[in-house]
Design a binder for this molecule. Structure first.
Ligand code: SF4
Length: 644
C-alpha cells in the first residue's frame, strides 16, 4: 500500500487512506480521460481495485456535469460490489446508487415471472398485466400512498443493493422492480447487467425510466472481455422445430386454419432441409423466402408475417385476460421471420440451418440468424455516451478490441502494469506437450497426465486444470488421470446443471483447507470464467491446450467477415483472440487478490510462441518461463515456487 497521490477531485470521493500499487495510475488515466470527455480502454489485473478506482475517477465529472454513471457487469455479485464500494464513498460524500436486477429476479407476480422465457417476453407480459390492472404489486400513481413515495425517496438517497430493496418490497407487497424504476431518475450510480445498455429494446425502456439519454451518462463496462460475445448473442436469434410445432398447435386451438397450414408446411420444409445436415450449414436466406412464396403460396411474406404477429399479439392479450401465461408461439415465430426478412442482404449476418440432439436425446433442428459484427450492437452505445470506461484483466491486444467493438477514435488505451510482486506469480509453459488435433494420441495424454501429477504433488493444497475442450477433458479421464493422482478429483461434465456445478466447486474449495484436491474443467466454461479461487482454494492452475473453436461454418464465416473488415486480421480476430481470452480467464483463477500466490502452468508448447503469447495479459506473459521437455523439470519449478 502507498500513500494517496490522487487528483484532489478524486481524493474527495476515494474512500480509502491508501492506494494499492498501480491503482493511482489506473485512477489518473480514467479521471483524465473522462474529464476531457474521452473514452478509455484499460487493462488492469485482478487485485488492483478496478471497481472503486473507476467509480471514484468518474464521480467528479459526473457530479459537476450532472451525469449518471452506469456500471455494467455480468454477475449480481459484481453489481452488489459496486454498492458496497459506494457505501464506503457515502461516508465521505453522499452519493446514491442502486444495483439493478432483471425484472425476472424482482418480479413478485408468479404469473409473469414463472412463465416468461426471456427478458423481453417478461417485459411484454409485465406491460400487459399492468395495462389490464392484473398485477396487485403494481401501484398506479393514484395508489401510491405516502409510505410508498417515502420508500421511493429513501432508496434514491443512498446506496442500496437490489436484494435490500427486494426484502423491503416483499414485506410491503410492492413491486420492487417498479419502485426502483421510479427512483432511478434520482440515483447517481446504477449497477446493472449488459442487456440494459446493449440490447436496443431493453435500453429504450430503461433510458425512459432513467429519464435520461446516453449523452448524459458515463458508462463503465466491467469484465469487458465478455462484451463482444454478449453483443453477438444480443443480435442473433433462432427458431426451433419445437417452436414451429407449438405454433401449429396454437393455431389449431384458436381455429386459425391458414396459420396452422403454414406452420405445418414450414416445419416439414425445415425438416426436409435439415435431414442430411450433420451439424450446421449456412443457407441462403432468400431460399427460405422463395420456398415460402412458391411452395407455401404466400405472395407477400412480410404482410403475412405481420399478420402472424398481430394474431400472436391478440392471443397473448386474450390469455392475459383469462389470467393465463401470455405466451404465444405464433408471435415468437413471426418475430423471427420478420427479423429474417430484415437481415436479408446484410453481410454482417449469416443464416444457418442446424440439426442437434435435445436433452431427451432426440434429433431436431433449428434455423438461426447469426450476427457476425459485435460493433453493430456496441457502437450505437459507445458513440453516444459522454464517456466509456471499458476495463478488464484480459483485454490485450487493445487495438483489436477497440476495432472489433468500434470504440470512438480518440479512446485512450492503457495497460496498467501488474501490481503483483514478481515472486507472487509463477508462469510456465511446458514444451513437448500439445492438444493440437494431430498430436492427440494416448502417449501424449500420458505425458500430459505425468506433467499434471508433477504440479499436483508439489502444490500445497488445491490445483485447477482447465482443458481446451470436453473432448480433451474426457480423454484425460479415459487415460487414467484420476488413478494417477493422490488427491481427490472433482470434474465438470458436458451438460452439468449449474446447481451440481456449484456443489462440486464448493466441495473442491473446501479441500483447500486440508490436504488439497484437483478440479478438472474446461476453458470457457462456468468455473473457468465465473468463479474466484483465492488463497488455498487454488494454488496452481494448469491450462491444458489452446481452446481453439472447432472450424464450423459459423467460425469460418466470422473469420471471413473480419478479414473483409480488417484485411489479413480475420483469423487473429475471429479465431485466435476468442481462444486466448478463454485461456487468459482460466489462467487468472488462482490470483484474485494481491496477497495470493499462484502458479500458472500452460501445458501446450503453442503458448510459448509469440503468436499466442502476445494475446495473454502482461501480468501472465511478462515473466513467463519456457520449460524444455523432460520429467521432473516442472516438479522442481513448482516445488521451488511454493518452498522459497
Ligand atoms: S409490475 Fe412488478 S410484480 Fe407486476 S408483473 Fe411487472 S415486474 Fe412483476
Amino acid at each position: 500500500m502507498t500513500k494517496l497521490k490522487l487528483p484532489p477531485e478524486v481524493a474527495e470521493y476515494f474512500p480509502y487512506a491508501s492506494v494499492r500499487p498501480r491503482q493511482d495510475q489506473f485512477i489518473k488515466t480514467v479521471f483524465d480521460a473522462v474529464e476531457s470527455r474521452r473514452s478509455v480502454l484499460i487493462e488492469g489485473s485482478n487485485g488492483l481495485g478496478k471497481t472503486i478506482s473507476a467509480i471514484s475517477a468518474c464521480l467528479p465529472t459526473a457530479v459537476e456535469k450532472d451525469l449518471k454513471i452506469l456500471y455494467v457487469a455480468r454477475t449480481h455479485r459484481q453489481h452488489d460490489r459496486v454498492i458496497e464500494e459506494l457505501r464506503a464513498v457515502f461516508k465521505k460524500h453522499h452519493v446514491s446508487g442502486i444495483s439493478l436486477r432483471g425484472r425476472n429476479q424482482m418480479c413478485l407476480n408468479n404469473l409473469a415471472a414463472k412463465n416468461a422465457f426471456d427478458a423481453k417476453s417478461l417485459m411484454e407480459a409485465c406491460e400487459l398485466l399492468k395495462a389490464k390492472g392484473r398485477c396487485p404489486y403494481h401501484k398506479t400513481p393514484e395508489e401510491q400512498n405516502y409510505e410508498y413515495l417515502q420508500l421511493q425517496q429513501q432508496i434514491a438517497a443512498r446506496p442500496y443493493t437490489a436484494s435490500d430493496i427486494q426484502k423491503v418490497c416483499r414485506r410491503r407487497g410492492v413491486c420492487s422492480y417498479e419502485l426502483v424504476k421510479a427512483a432511478l431518475s434520482d440515483v447517481k450510480v446504477v449497477a446493472l447487467s449488459y442487456l440494459y445498455v446493449f440490447d436496443p429494446v431493453i435500453r429504450a425502456a430503461f433510458l425512459k425510466n432513467l429519464d435520461s439519454h446516453l449523452q448524459k451518462t458515463i458508462l463503465i463496462v466491467d469484465e469487458a472481455h465478455n462484451l463482444p460475445e454478449t453483443a453477438i448473442d444480443i443480435a442473433s436469434s433462432s427458431l426451433s422445430l419445437f417452436v414451429i410445432k407449438q405454433a401449429e398447435l396454437e393455431a389449431k386451438k384458436y381455429e386459425n386454419k391458414e396459420i396452422e397450414d403454414f406452420a405445418n408446411f414450414f416445419r416439414k420444409e425445415i425438416e426436409k432441409m435439415t435431414e442430411n445436415i450433420s451439424r450446421e450449414q449456412i443457407i441462403s436466406p432468400e431460399s427460405i423466402i422463395e420456398i415460402i412464396q412458391n411452395q407455401g403460396s404466400i405472395a407477400n411474406p412480410r404482410d403475412f408475417f405481420e399478420q402472424l404477429n398481430e394474431v400472436g399479439s391478440s392471443i397473448r392479450r386474450n390469455l392475459l385476460a383469462e389470467g393465463k401465461n401470455p405466451r404465444s408461439y405464433i408471435h415468437g415465430m413471426s418475430e423471427f421471420l420478420l427479423r429474417w426478412l430484415d437481415t436479408l442482404g446484410d453481410d454482417s449476418f449469416i443464416h444457418v440451418a442446424s440439426s442437434y440432439i435435445t436433452r431427451e436425446r432426440l434429433k431436431t433442428a433449428k434455423l438461426e440468424i447469426v450476427a457476425l459484427d459485435p460493433s453493430k450492437v456496441t457502437s450505437p452505445v459507445f458513440s453516444f455516451t459522454y464517456s466509456n470506461i471499458v476495463m478488464s484483466g484480459t483485454l490485450q491486444p487493445l487495438e483489436a478490441y477497440a476495432r472489433i467493438t468500434r470504440l470512438p477514435e480518440n479512446t485512450v488505451q492503457c495497460v496498467v502494469p501488474s501490481p503483483f510482486p514478481k515472486e507472487h506469480i509463477l508462469s510456465l509453459v511446458c514444451c513437448g506437450v500439445s492438444t493440437a488435433m494431430e498430436k492427440r494420441t494416448p502417449a501424449m495424454y500420458q505425458t500430459i497426465i505425468e506433467r499434471i501429477n508433477e504440479v499436483v504433488q508439489n502444490t500445497p493444497a488445491n490445483t485447477g486444470i482447465f482443458t481446451a475442450s470436453f473432448e480433451v477433458l474426457n480423454s484425460l479421464i479415459a487415460e487414467g488421470l484420476e488413478a494417477a493422482l493422490d488427491k481427490p478429483l472433482f470434474h465438470e461434465y458436458r451438460g452439468m446443471s449449474s446447481k451440481t456445478n456449484e456443489k462440486i466447486v464448493a466441495g473442491f474449495k473446501a479441500c483447500g483447507e486440508g490436504d488439497g484436491a484437483v478440479f478438472l474443467g474446461v476453458q470457457g466454461g462456468r468455473t473457468s470464467e465465473g468463479v474466484d479461487f483465492p488463497g488455498n482454494q487454488m494454488n496452481s492452475v494448469i491450462i491444458v491446450g489452446v481452446p481453439y473453436a472447432e472450424p464450423t461454418p459459423r467460425v469460418k464465416a466470422q473469420i471471413n467477415y473480419y478479414d473483409e473488415c480488417f484485411p489479413k486480421l480475420g483469423r487473429e480476430y475471429g479465431y485466435v483472440l476468442p481462444a486466448m481470452k478463454k485461456a487468459s480467464q482460466a489462467a487468472g483463477r488462482p490470483v484474485r487478490t494481491l496477497e495470493d500466490r499462484g502458479a500458472i502452468i500452460f501445458l501446450d508448447y503453442r503458448f510459448s510462441t509469440n503468436y499466442c503469447r502476445n494475446f495473454l495479459p502482461s501480468w501472465v506473459s511478462n515473466h513467463m518461463k519456457v520449460l524444455q521437455p523432460g520429467s521432473n523439470i516442472l516438479a522442481q519449478e513448482i516445488h521451488k515456487f511454493f518452498n522459497p
